[in-house]
Ligand binder design. Structure first.
Ligand code: SF4
Length: 348
Protein backbone atom coordinates (compact mmCIF):
# COMPACT_ATOMS: atom_id res chain seq x y z
CA UNK A 1 0.00 0.00 0.00
CA UNK A 2 1.26 3.47 -0.84
CA UNK A 3 2.64 5.76 1.81
CA UNK A 4 0.13 8.47 0.94
CA UNK A 5 -2.84 6.17 1.62
CA UNK A 6 -1.44 5.14 5.03
CA UNK A 7 -0.87 8.79 5.88
CA UNK A 8 -4.39 9.68 4.80
CA UNK A 9 -5.88 6.99 7.06
CA UNK A 10 -3.65 8.05 9.95
CA UNK A 11 -4.68 11.69 9.73
CA UNK A 12 -8.36 11.22 8.96
CA UNK A 13 -9.03 8.07 11.06
CA UNK A 14 -11.66 7.35 8.43
CA UNK A 15 -12.12 7.03 4.67
CA UNK A 16 -14.98 6.86 2.22
CA UNK A 17 -16.47 3.56 1.14
CA UNK A 18 -14.63 3.65 -2.20
CA UNK A 19 -11.16 3.82 -0.68
CA UNK A 20 -11.91 1.27 2.04
CA UNK A 21 -13.39 -1.15 -0.50
CA UNK A 22 -10.30 -0.81 -2.68
CA UNK A 23 -8.04 -1.61 0.27
CA UNK A 24 -10.23 -4.54 1.30
CA UNK A 25 -10.43 -5.95 -2.24
CA UNK A 26 -6.91 -5.76 -3.62
CA UNK A 27 -4.33 -8.46 -2.99
CA UNK A 28 -1.88 -7.08 -0.39
CA UNK A 29 1.68 -6.85 -1.78
CA UNK A 30 4.08 -4.67 0.20
CA UNK A 31 2.25 -3.16 3.18
CA UNK A 32 5.37 -2.00 5.02
CA UNK A 33 4.28 1.67 4.99
CA UNK A 34 0.89 0.72 6.40
CA UNK A 35 2.41 -1.38 9.21
CA UNK A 36 4.79 1.46 10.08
CA UNK A 37 1.99 4.02 10.21
CA UNK A 38 -0.07 1.69 12.43
CA UNK A 39 2.91 1.07 14.71
CA UNK A 40 3.53 4.82 15.04
CA UNK A 41 -0.08 5.35 16.10
CA UNK A 42 0.01 2.56 18.70
CA UNK A 43 3.26 4.01 20.10
CA UNK A 44 1.62 7.44 20.40
CA UNK A 45 -1.07 6.01 22.69
CA UNK A 46 0.56 2.98 24.30
CA UNK A 47 4.31 3.36 23.82
CA UNK A 48 5.93 -0.06 23.51
CA UNK A 49 3.59 -1.73 26.03
CA UNK A 50 1.94 -5.04 25.18
CA UNK A 51 -0.72 -5.95 27.73
CA UNK A 52 -0.97 -9.53 28.93
CA UNK A 53 -4.42 -10.95 29.71
CA UNK A 54 -4.58 -14.34 31.43
CA UNK A 55 -7.04 -16.53 29.54
CA UNK A 56 -9.01 -19.27 31.31
CA UNK A 57 -11.01 -21.43 28.90
CA UNK A 58 -13.37 -22.94 31.43
CA UNK A 59 -15.91 -24.90 29.36
CA UNK A 60 -16.04 -26.21 25.80
CA UNK A 61 -19.72 -27.16 26.00
CA UNK A 62 -21.89 -24.96 23.80
CA UNK A 63 -25.57 -25.02 22.96
CA UNK A 64 -24.97 -23.21 19.66
CA UNK A 65 -24.04 -24.58 16.28
CA UNK A 66 -22.03 -21.87 14.52
CA UNK A 67 -20.92 -23.55 11.29
CA UNK A 68 -17.26 -22.49 11.62
CA UNK A 69 -16.63 -23.56 15.20
CA UNK A 70 -14.90 -26.73 16.38
CA UNK A 71 -16.76 -26.86 19.70
CA UNK A 72 -20.23 -26.36 18.19
CA UNK A 73 -22.97 -28.42 19.76
CA UNK A 74 -23.29 -30.66 16.69
CA UNK A 75 -19.65 -31.78 16.74
CA UNK A 76 -20.02 -35.19 18.37
CA UNK A 77 -16.27 -35.79 18.03
CA UNK A 78 -15.42 -32.99 20.45
CA UNK A 79 -14.38 -34.26 23.88
CA UNK A 80 -16.16 -32.00 26.36
CA UNK A 81 -14.90 -30.57 29.66
CA UNK A 82 -15.85 -28.11 32.34
CA UNK A 83 -13.61 -26.62 34.99
CA UNK A 84 -14.98 -26.47 38.52
CA UNK A 85 -15.15 -23.15 40.36
CA UNK A 86 -12.13 -24.24 42.42
CA UNK A 87 -10.15 -25.11 39.29
CA UNK A 88 -10.95 -21.70 37.80
CA UNK A 89 -9.83 -19.97 41.00
CA UNK A 90 -6.64 -22.06 41.04
CA UNK A 91 -5.86 -20.95 37.45
CA UNK A 92 -6.40 -17.33 38.48
CA UNK A 93 -4.21 -17.76 41.58
CA UNK A 94 -1.41 -19.13 39.41
CA UNK A 95 -1.92 -16.23 36.99
CA UNK A 96 -1.79 -13.75 39.85
CA UNK A 97 1.45 -15.33 41.06
CA UNK A 98 2.86 -14.86 37.56
CA UNK A 99 1.89 -11.19 37.69
CA UNK A 100 -1.31 -11.08 35.63
CA UNK A 101 -3.83 -8.46 36.69
CA UNK A 102 -6.51 -9.26 34.13
CA UNK A 103 -8.36 -12.56 33.80
CA UNK A 104 -10.50 -13.53 30.87
CA UNK A 105 -13.06 -16.26 31.53
CA UNK A 106 -13.97 -17.69 28.17
CA UNK A 107 -16.35 -20.50 27.28
CA UNK A 108 -19.06 -21.74 24.96
CA UNK A 109 -22.67 -20.91 25.76
CA UNK A 110 -22.95 -23.63 28.37
CA UNK A 111 -26.30 -23.79 30.23
CA UNK A 112 -24.59 -25.54 33.17
CA UNK A 113 -23.11 -22.18 34.10
CA UNK A 114 -26.30 -20.50 35.19
CA UNK A 115 -26.18 -16.82 36.07
CA UNK A 116 -26.02 -17.82 39.72
CA UNK A 117 -22.98 -20.07 39.21
CA UNK A 118 -21.20 -17.54 37.02
CA UNK A 119 -21.88 -14.71 39.45
CA UNK A 120 -20.46 -16.79 42.30
CA UNK A 121 -17.27 -17.38 40.30
CA UNK A 122 -16.96 -13.72 39.30
CA UNK A 123 -17.58 -12.59 42.91
CA UNK A 124 -14.98 -15.02 44.24
CA UNK A 125 -12.41 -13.84 41.68
CA UNK A 126 -13.17 -10.26 42.55
CA UNK A 127 -12.91 -10.97 46.28
CA UNK A 128 -9.61 -12.85 46.01
CA UNK A 129 -8.03 -10.43 43.53
CA UNK A 130 -9.60 -6.99 44.06
CA UNK A 131 -6.78 -5.32 42.12
CA UNK A 132 -7.55 -7.33 38.97
CA UNK A 133 -10.00 -6.82 36.10
CA UNK A 134 -12.40 -9.68 35.40
CA UNK A 135 -13.37 -10.14 31.76
CA UNK A 136 -16.13 -12.46 30.57
CA UNK A 137 -16.51 -14.02 27.15
CA UNK A 138 -19.52 -16.32 27.40
CA UNK A 139 -21.65 -15.31 24.45
CA UNK A 140 -25.14 -13.96 23.98
CA UNK A 141 -27.24 -13.48 27.13
CA UNK A 142 -30.28 -11.47 28.20
CA UNK A 143 -29.53 -7.98 29.43
CA UNK A 144 -30.42 -8.98 33.01
CA UNK A 145 -27.68 -11.61 32.97
CA UNK A 146 -25.10 -9.09 31.78
CA UNK A 147 -26.24 -6.75 34.54
CA UNK A 148 -25.93 -9.52 37.15
CA UNK A 149 -22.34 -10.34 36.07
CA UNK A 150 -21.49 -6.63 36.19
CA UNK A 151 -22.95 -6.33 39.68
CA UNK A 152 -20.86 -9.34 40.70
CA UNK A 153 -17.70 -7.52 39.61
CA UNK A 154 -17.11 -8.23 35.88
CA UNK A 155 -16.03 -5.07 34.06
CA UNK A 156 -15.07 -6.24 30.58
CA UNK A 157 -16.86 -8.41 28.05
CA UNK A 158 -15.64 -9.89 24.77
CA UNK A 159 -18.21 -10.78 22.12
CA UNK A 160 -17.16 -10.75 18.49
CA UNK A 161 -19.92 -9.81 16.10
CA UNK A 162 -18.15 -12.06 13.49
CA UNK A 163 -19.84 -10.36 10.53
CA UNK A 164 -21.99 -7.24 10.35
CA UNK A 165 -23.63 -8.31 7.09
CA UNK A 166 -26.98 -9.95 7.89
CA UNK A 167 -26.96 -12.24 4.83
CA UNK A 168 -23.39 -13.33 5.57
CA UNK A 169 -24.31 -13.86 9.23
CA UNK A 170 -27.05 -16.21 8.03
CA UNK A 171 -24.49 -18.28 6.09
CA UNK A 172 -22.22 -18.68 9.12
CA UNK A 173 -24.89 -19.42 11.74
CA UNK A 174 -28.05 -21.49 12.04
CA UNK A 175 -31.44 -19.76 11.82
CA UNK A 176 -31.76 -19.76 15.62
CA UNK A 177 -29.08 -17.02 15.76
CA UNK A 178 -29.29 -13.52 14.37
CA UNK A 179 -27.07 -10.52 13.79
CA UNK A 180 -29.79 -8.40 15.33
CA UNK A 181 -29.52 -10.21 18.67
CA UNK A 182 -25.71 -10.11 18.56
CA UNK A 183 -25.86 -6.33 18.11
CA UNK A 184 -28.46 -6.03 20.87
CA UNK A 185 -26.07 -7.83 23.22
CA UNK A 186 -23.16 -5.54 22.34
CA UNK A 187 -25.14 -2.35 22.87
CA UNK A 188 -26.62 -3.70 26.13
CA UNK A 189 -23.12 -4.40 27.38
CA UNK A 190 -21.99 -0.89 26.53
CA UNK A 191 -24.99 0.70 28.18
CA UNK A 192 -24.44 -1.29 31.37
CA UNK A 193 -20.93 0.11 31.55
CA UNK A 194 -18.66 -2.73 30.42
CA UNK A 195 -15.51 -2.17 28.45
CA UNK A 196 -16.57 -4.06 25.35
CA UNK A 197 -14.51 -6.05 22.87
CA UNK A 198 -15.88 -7.06 19.49
CA UNK A 199 -14.38 -8.16 16.18
CA UNK A 200 -14.58 -10.55 13.28
CA UNK A 201 -12.90 -13.33 11.34
CA UNK A 202 -10.91 -12.40 8.23
CA UNK A 203 -11.39 -14.69 5.25
CA UNK A 204 -14.42 -16.57 6.58
CA UNK A 205 -16.46 -18.53 4.01
CA UNK A 206 -18.61 -16.34 1.72
CA UNK A 207 -17.04 -13.13 3.06
CA UNK A 208 -16.78 -10.32 0.49
CA UNK A 209 -15.03 -6.93 0.67
CA UNK A 210 -18.49 -5.42 1.17
CA UNK A 211 -18.95 -7.60 4.29
CA UNK A 212 -15.64 -6.31 5.65
CA UNK A 213 -16.67 -2.73 4.93
CA UNK A 214 -19.85 -3.34 6.95
CA UNK A 215 -17.69 -4.74 9.78
CA UNK A 216 -15.69 -1.51 9.88
CA UNK A 217 -18.79 0.68 9.72
CA UNK A 218 -20.43 -1.33 12.49
CA UNK A 219 -17.35 -0.98 14.70
CA UNK A 220 -17.40 2.77 14.09
CA UNK A 221 -20.98 2.76 15.36
CA UNK A 222 -20.20 0.58 18.39
CA UNK A 223 -16.87 2.21 19.35
CA UNK A 224 -15.55 -0.86 21.20
CA UNK A 225 -12.64 -0.65 23.63
CA UNK A 226 -11.08 -3.78 22.17
CA UNK A 227 -11.13 -5.16 18.62
CA UNK A 228 -10.24 -8.81 18.06
CA UNK A 229 -9.59 -10.03 14.54
CA UNK A 230 -7.66 -12.91 13.06
CA UNK A 231 -7.57 -15.09 9.99
CA UNK A 232 -10.45 -17.54 9.77
CA UNK A 233 -9.16 -21.09 10.30
CA UNK A 234 -11.02 -24.18 9.16
CA UNK A 235 -11.89 -26.99 11.58
CA UNK A 236 -12.30 -30.43 9.98
CA UNK A 237 -15.31 -31.44 12.13
CA UNK A 238 -17.55 -28.59 10.98
CA UNK A 239 -19.79 -28.02 7.94
CA UNK A 240 -17.00 -25.78 6.57
CA UNK A 241 -14.39 -28.58 6.48
CA UNK A 242 -12.48 -28.23 3.24
CA UNK A 243 -13.14 -24.49 2.94
CA UNK A 244 -9.91 -22.46 2.64
CA UNK A 245 -8.56 -20.66 5.70
CA UNK A 246 -7.86 -16.92 5.70
CA UNK A 247 -4.37 -15.66 4.91
CA UNK A 248 -1.79 -13.79 6.92
CA UNK A 249 -1.17 -10.78 4.67
CA UNK A 250 -4.81 -9.83 4.37
CA UNK A 251 -5.19 -10.30 8.12
CA UNK A 252 -2.27 -8.00 8.83
CA UNK A 253 -3.52 -5.39 6.36
CA UNK A 254 -6.91 -5.26 8.06
CA UNK A 255 -5.37 -5.20 11.53
CA UNK A 256 -3.24 -2.18 10.54
CA UNK A 257 -6.23 -0.45 9.00
CA UNK A 258 -8.14 -0.97 12.25
CA UNK A 259 -5.29 0.57 14.27
CA UNK A 260 -5.39 3.67 12.03
CA UNK A 261 -9.18 3.89 12.17
CA UNK A 262 -9.38 3.18 15.94
CA UNK A 263 -6.13 4.65 17.32
CA UNK A 264 -6.88 4.00 21.02
CA UNK A 265 -8.36 0.52 20.70
CA UNK A 266 -6.84 -2.47 22.45
CA UNK A 267 -6.09 -4.89 19.62
CA UNK A 268 -4.85 -8.41 20.43
CA UNK A 269 -2.26 -10.31 18.43
CA UNK A 270 -4.57 -13.32 18.38
CA UNK A 271 -3.65 -16.98 18.51
CA UNK A 272 -5.13 -17.28 15.00
CA UNK A 273 -2.27 -15.10 13.68
CA UNK A 274 0.21 -17.36 15.45
CA UNK A 275 -1.46 -20.41 13.92
CA UNK A 276 -1.28 -19.26 10.25
CA UNK A 277 2.43 -18.40 10.60
CA UNK A 278 5.03 -19.25 13.27
CA UNK A 279 5.83 -15.53 13.71
CA UNK A 280 2.26 -14.40 13.08
CA UNK A 281 1.75 -12.81 16.49
CA UNK A 282 5.03 -10.89 16.29
CA UNK A 283 4.01 -9.61 12.86
CA UNK A 284 0.60 -8.65 14.26
CA UNK A 285 2.31 -6.66 17.04
CA UNK A 286 4.43 -4.84 14.46
CA UNK A 287 1.29 -4.12 12.44
CA UNK A 288 -0.45 -2.34 15.34
CA UNK A 289 -1.60 -4.95 17.90
CA UNK A 290 -0.92 -4.26 21.60
CA UNK A 291 -2.42 -7.17 23.60
CA UNK A 292 -1.65 -10.89 23.94
CA UNK A 293 -3.66 -13.42 25.90
CA UNK A 294 -1.48 -16.15 27.41
CA UNK A 295 -3.35 -19.30 28.36
CA UNK A 296 -3.84 -20.11 32.04
CA UNK A 297 -6.11 -23.13 31.49
CA UNK A 298 -4.84 -26.47 32.82
CA UNK A 299 -2.71 -28.17 30.15
CA UNK A 300 -4.92 -31.30 30.22
CA UNK A 301 -7.85 -29.34 28.70
CA UNK A 302 -6.00 -26.99 26.35
CA UNK A 303 -6.23 -29.15 23.23
CA UNK A 304 -9.95 -29.71 23.86
CA UNK A 305 -10.77 -26.02 23.47
CA UNK A 306 -10.36 -26.48 19.77
CA UNK A 307 -12.20 -23.74 17.91
CA UNK A 308 -10.08 -24.45 14.82
CA UNK A 309 -7.45 -26.93 13.67
CA UNK A 310 -3.79 -26.85 14.77
CA UNK A 311 -4.35 -24.24 17.47
CA UNK A 312 -1.01 -23.29 19.02
CA UNK A 313 0.06 -22.98 22.67
CA UNK A 314 -1.75 -26.09 23.89
CA UNK A 315 1.23 -27.84 25.48
CA UNK A 316 2.90 -25.42 27.87
CA UNK A 317 2.25 -24.77 31.52
CA UNK A 318 1.19 -21.21 32.36
CA UNK A 319 4.67 -20.12 33.42
CA UNK A 320 6.28 -21.48 30.24
CA UNK A 321 3.56 -19.85 28.18
CA UNK A 322 4.28 -16.50 29.78
CA UNK A 323 8.05 -16.86 29.28
CA UNK A 324 7.60 -17.79 25.63
CA UNK A 325 5.28 -14.86 24.97
CA UNK A 326 7.51 -12.38 26.78
CA UNK A 327 10.42 -13.48 24.61
CA UNK A 328 8.33 -13.14 21.46
CA UNK A 329 7.12 -9.67 22.50
CA UNK A 330 10.70 -8.54 23.24
CA UNK A 331 11.96 -9.96 19.94
CA UNK A 332 9.36 -7.86 18.13
CA UNK A 333 10.65 -4.72 19.92
CA UNK A 334 7.99 -4.29 22.63
CA UNK A 335 7.63 -4.78 26.35
CA UNK A 336 5.22 -7.16 28.11
CA UNK A 337 3.12 -5.38 30.75
CA UNK A 338 0.97 -7.20 33.29
CA UNK A 339 -0.99 -4.23 34.69
CA UNK A 340 -4.78 -3.96 34.38
CA UNK A 341 -4.23 -2.06 31.11
CA UNK A 342 -7.32 0.05 30.48
CA UNK A 343 -7.79 1.58 27.04
CA UNK A 344 -5.98 4.89 26.48
CA UNK A 345 -8.03 7.87 27.62
CA UNK A 346 -10.37 5.64 29.67
CA UNK A 347 -11.49 6.99 33.03
CA UNK A 348 -12.57 3.54 34.19
S1 SF4 B 1 -18.52 -19.78 18.11
FE1 SF4 B 1 -19.05 -19.58 20.29
S2 SF4 B 1 -21.31 -19.65 20.31
FE2 SF4 B 1 -20.67 -20.45 18.31
S3 SF4 B 1 -20.57 -22.67 18.61
FE3 SF4 B 1 -18.52 -21.88 19.01
S4 SF4 B 1 -18.37 -21.52 21.21
FE4 SF4 B 1 -20.57 -21.75 20.64
Amino acid sequence: MQNSVSEFLRLRQDADDGLLLRLLSEEPQDDTALYEAADAVRRTWYGDAVYLRGLIEFTNYCKNDCYYCGIRHGNTRAQRYRLTADEILDCAAEGYRLGYRTFVLQGGEDPYYTDERLCEIVSALHREHPDCAVTLSVGEKPRESYQAYFDAGARRYLLRHETADAAHYGRLHPASMSLENRKRCLFDLKEIGYQVGSGFMIGSPYQTPECLLRDIRFLQQLCPDMIGVGPYLTHPDTPFAGMPSGDLKRGLRILSMLRLLFPKALIPATTAFGTVAPDGRELALKAGANVVMPNLSPVRVRKLYSLYENKICTGEEAAECRGCLERRIASAGYQAVTSVGDPAGSAR
